[in-house]
Design a protein around this ligand. Sequence first.
Ligand code: SF4
Length: 461
Amino acid sequence: MSEPLRQTQKPLNLYIRTFGCQMNEYDSLRVRRLLAPLGYMPVSDMEEADVIFLNTCSVRDKAEQKVHSFIGSLRRLKAKKPSLKIVAGGCVAQQLGEKLLDRFDHLDLVLGTRAVGSIARLLEKINETGGRAACLPDTDTREPGEDDRGIFADGSLTAPVTVMQGCNNFCTYCIVPYVRGRERSRPYPDILREIRLLEAAGVREVLLLGQNVNSYGRGLDEKITFADLIRRIAEETGMLRIRFTTSHPKDLTEELMRCFAQVGKLCKHLHLPVQSGSDRVLARMGRGYTVAHYLEKVGRLREMCPEIALTSDVIVGFPGETEEDFRKTMDLLEQVRFDNLFSFRYSDRPHARAASFTDKVEPETGARRLVELQGFQAAVSMEKNLAEVGRVREVLVEGPSKTSEARMTGRTSHNRIVNFEASPGICGQIARVKITGAYSHSLKGLLLAGASEGGPQPGEN
Ligand code: SF4
């Protein structure tokens, strides 16, 4: 049994910078939770930091370059304050390991994606020895008692909870399986305990996280599917709302689709990355489904839950993508009419098979296609937002809006942001709001009487 960690001599200022996905957001929260009891206090000004934790992303080349230039920019802070400790975690740290230490001599610790649980111990060690280290274990580390420790309540009403990590799909453009490892699901009791701690800390909505949540349960002793997990969390906790991301279309089951129709607490929004509208490109991406297969699932889902909001990811400029392939992607967007879309230009990733494909698309062609696609989607998203005007929606009130203290903000079950005049007293409640205006990324509303503590009833959202 390892020695208990010592409280820091004096409170130390911890600055966290998170790049990339919600999985990184969750790991950054874990770092805060692991270090807070030891006296590391979060600060929002990097200049005040004693420890800087960078949670890095390498999902695209641009994201990785951003991380390199950010780490480079910290050299001046280290020169000004030699006692400052700089830690790089996340996917670039996992991808490069020691090489990152070699490249940046002002970096003190490189923490692999499975080493988050060891950060306190490793920081203590480099503080004592003045040394530098890279820690990239093959298995997930969780600090002894980490799951039992209270949740560091920061007043948020929503919180992410990782239910599984890693991915077995090896899509040919993706680095995730190489930096996050193979799929492994967290045992249900650990997830339940964490959600109950969050509930006790005032959280009202959880976002269940995983690279491919639909395959939750594989490899666990207990026989449990992702649909089971959602139903049990809805029944066994007092959370008002449940959301999840990310799903792989090939693993989207009827059982999970039925949850959208039957589980009142499950928000009526699904993020279902399609990536391309061309079967030829989907095959080269190794996605494991065809356009017809994808459309069939979308059709079934909309049958079961007509109001569901659907968002997706699309890559343009994948090696070998012809103009005809791209037109097929545009046709698919026309057919499905997503509520929103995250779209990117393809970039080579280390280890990913497509990096060795020779028929790369010219950057200008990729850029032109991206502009066209984003222009089309912006019009569809606006049209969908305008269609909300006049409707009454349930909104989980998350806090004051960014634009005015007199307004509160929150999201509908469909994941649309709504701003409306109300008193701060209704924070954490589900409010009924009449939508009175629509913008490209948010809605305006009017609070109707009778905000409620209780969650939405089946059929009301
Ligand atoms: S499903 Fe494909 S794109 Fe998603 S994380 Fe796994 S390998 Fe990457």
